[in-house]
Design a protein around this ligand. Structure first.
Ligand SMILES: O=C(CO)[C@H](O)[C@H](O)COP(=O)(O)O
Ligand SMILES: [Fe+2]
Length: 219
């Protein structure tokens, strides 16, 4: 098992000071910067577009882990790639051709991720295991930060860990939603090797970020 990567979700940051917030979580030990892109259509919330991703890019050298909750995603993949995304993750429900979408992400030279909603079965990734770099298990329904971790996703994480190991490929298993000091160890025990955390990172303000991130890592 590789080291646990912590990806603070800037959805819980102070949007009036986003550049500063990104620098603060970088200095506090974040491995990736998780950026939640919502379109008010695929999910009932509206957040960040490529212009904001581009504006944040000079504030850190850490990888941008971009979670696209938009439909259709395909017309905007190039814009997010050019804006500075490192990983582009899509929901299979957001378009009719998941394989083609992942091909496009790879052609753009980016890491390709698939995001599984709580009710989405694992089988959706069976035939794209050879092309994904990351699989993200949603442990809340997408759309908002600050929700409660859905325990039933632990069994999915365990089974996904088994399938990733059996594939022989290096695929990150990331968990997103309701991850805090109590649920992080359970997600890790089930097989997660990357954790998204919005509320649990940003609670208490900048002076707490380093301790919050360390606690999630289990150190
Ligand atoms: O994708 C997301 C919501 O759709 C967010 O990444 C997630 O909710 C993080 O927030 P929190 O850690 O507060 O649950
Ligand atoms: Fe997310």
């Amino acid at each position: 098992m590789s080291a646990i990567r912590i990806a603070p979700s800037i959805l819980s940051a102070d949007f009036a000071r986003l550049g500063e917030e990104v620098r603060a979580i970088d200095e506090a030990g974040a491995d990736w910067i998780h950026i939640d892109v919502m379109d008010g259509h695929f999910v009932p919330n509206l957040t960040i577009g490529p212009a904001v991703v581009k504006a944040l890019r000079p504030h850190t050298a850490k990888p941008f882990d971009v979670h696209l909750m938009i439909t259709p995603a395909d017309p905007l993949l190039a814009a997010f790639a050019e804006a500075g995304a490192d990983t582009l993750s899509v929901h299979p429900e957001a378009g009719p051709h998941l394989h083609r979408t992942l091909q496009t992400i790879k052609q753009l030279g980016k890491r390709a991720g698939v995001v599984l909603n709580p009710a989405t079965p694992l089988d959706v990734v069976d035939h794209v295991m050879d092309m994904v770099d990351l699989i993200l298990v949603m442990s809340v329904n997408p759309g908002f930060g600050g929700q409660k971790f859905i325990d039933s996703q632990l069994a999915k994480i365990t089974e996904l860990r088994r399938r990733i190991d059996a594939s022989g490929r290096s695929i990150d298993l990331e968990v997103d939603g309701g991850v805090d000091r109590d649920t992080a160890p359970r997600a890790i025990a089930a097989g997660a090797d990357a954790l998204v955390a919005g509320t649990a990172t940003f609670t208490g303000g900048p002076s707490c970020y380093a301790a919050n991130i360390a606690a999630l890592r289990g150190s």
